[in-house]
Design a protein around this ligand. Structure first.
Ligand code: GDD
Ligand code: MN
Length: 376
């Protein structure tokens, strides 16, 4: 097939540089694909653009819908990720997979107003900014279709961020922005693939970033439903914590710590139950059962939440659990050893105990991240 036979109205031809890559993360957005492409085509006249969909193997066949268009429209591409989930990670990989000097990220569901894109591009091309964030919260923008509860959550999260992280963005929660490629490429290794809040992560990843804003009106979802849930809220807190500690605490760690705390509660509850049910049996026996149940609980919860983007299945799940117990045992020995050492060196039992536990948790977390739920 020759190039001339490709039906490509304003498609980038050989020799015509693509100016703008629009990265669109998707999970179950099949019904929105054709409409967004149609609107991008209508809005981006005179701009040489491409759309990069990053789909996490949506069960509704979003990737197929994109590829059906991609076959005849060379401006459209689909990066299909398997065995992984996560909005921020999808955006990062989509941006890294593209090459235009300017790159935008927007939702697939038409809530982000695509007609703001040319103005965002013009702002970047003026050379004044490295990043232009879409905002609902300044003159000309509005959060229109957000439900009352979501609106409250979003505004609260915005306040927290502005207070603790001191970002100048009026809408750091927005998932709609455009930036210079080289700015992104430079910071990419420092970004977190966890969570929804990629703009916040980017805006605080480099000092001296020149940030502009573009007001837009947040629309209603065209088709399908939102993927926002409680876990995403906790992930956000993890990101704030990570930023506050200058990257020392990984955003993922907050889940590990919460899971660990619930494990302690389970441990005590099972101990209480076992002793109540079989009062005649030994304490060691009851405690062994309680610890075993808590280990399994911790393991399964970490598999579903902390490392949900690297979830183990089948045989890997069993292998993982064995490893988790072995590392856990080493962690416990380290914890006990350290605490005892401190105690004999005249620390109070509380300080000695706490220090041991903290080192134990950090050890377990490091081993889990490196060996059990490692990136494959
Ligand atoms: N690849 C991938 N993987 N995409 C995802 C995933 C995922 O795990 N989860 C969500 N997405 C995609 C959705 O398909 C959609 O295109 C986009 O990310 C936003 O998800 P929604 O489910 O529509 O989120 P929302 O409308 O509740 O929240 C959005 O708007 C807020 C306000 O601007 C998000 O953009 C938030 O980041 C933003 O704060
Ligand atoms: Mn949405």
């Amino acid at each position: 097939m020759t190039f001339a036979s490709v039906d490509s109205k304003s498609a980038p031809m050989t020799g015509q540089d693509v100016q703008l890559s629009v990265v669109i993360p998707t999970y179950n957005e099949r019904g929105n694909v054709a409409e967004l492409i149609r609107r991008l085509d209508a809005t981006l006249k005179g701009i040489s653009w491409e759309a990069v969909y990053v789909d996490d193997n949506s069960p509704d066949g979003t990737a197929d819908a994109v590829k059906a268009i991609a076959r005849t429209d060379p401006r459209v591409r689909c990066l299909r990720r398997v065995g992984r989930r996560g909005l921020a990670g999808a955006c990062i990989e989509g941006i890294l997979s593209s090459a235009a000097p300017y790159v935008a990220v927007m939702d697939a569901d038409l809530q982000h107003d695509e007609t703001a894109l040319p103005a965002m591009l013009a702002k970047l091309q003026s050379g004044e900014y490295d990043l232009v964030g879409g905002t609902r919260y300044v003159e000309g923008g509005d959060a229109g279709s957000f439900s009352a509860t979501r609106s409250k959550i979003s505004r609260l999260a915005t306040k927290i961020t502005q207070k603790v992280l001191g970002t100048e963005l009026s809408d750091p929660m927005s998932g709609f922005f455009m930036m210079r490629r080289e700015t992104f490429d430079e910071m990419a290794p420092r970004l977190s693939p966890v969570g929804f809040k990629i703009l916040l992560d980017i805006a605080t990843a480099s000092e001296g970033l020149r940030i502009g804003e573009q007001p837009y009106s947040f629309g209603t979802r065209f088709d399908g439903e939102s993927k926002f849930n409680l876990q995403i809220g906790v992930e956000f807190l993890g990101l704030v914590l990570s930023k506050l500690t200058n990257g020392l605490v990984d955003p993922r760690f907050i889940f590990f710590a919460i899971v660990g705390a619930t494990g302690v509660a389970i441990n005590l509850a099972v101990l209480n139950l076992a002793m109540g049910l079989y009062p005649a049996s030994s304490f060691e026996w009851a405690k062994t059962v309680a610890t075993g149940v808590a280990m399994l609980w911790n393991f399964l919860l970490n598999n579903s939440f902390t490392y949900r983007d690297r979830r183990l299945k089948g045989l890997g799940l069993i292998r993982g659990f064995i490893g988790f117990c072995i590392f856990g045992a080493i962690g416990a020995v380290t914890d006990i050893g350290l605490a005892s050492q401190l105690y004999v060196h005249h620390e109070t039992w509380l300080v000695a105990g706490l220090a041991g536990s903290i080192v134990g948790v950090l050890w377990n977390y490091a081993m889990s991240s490196m060996f059990i739920w490692r990136t494959r």
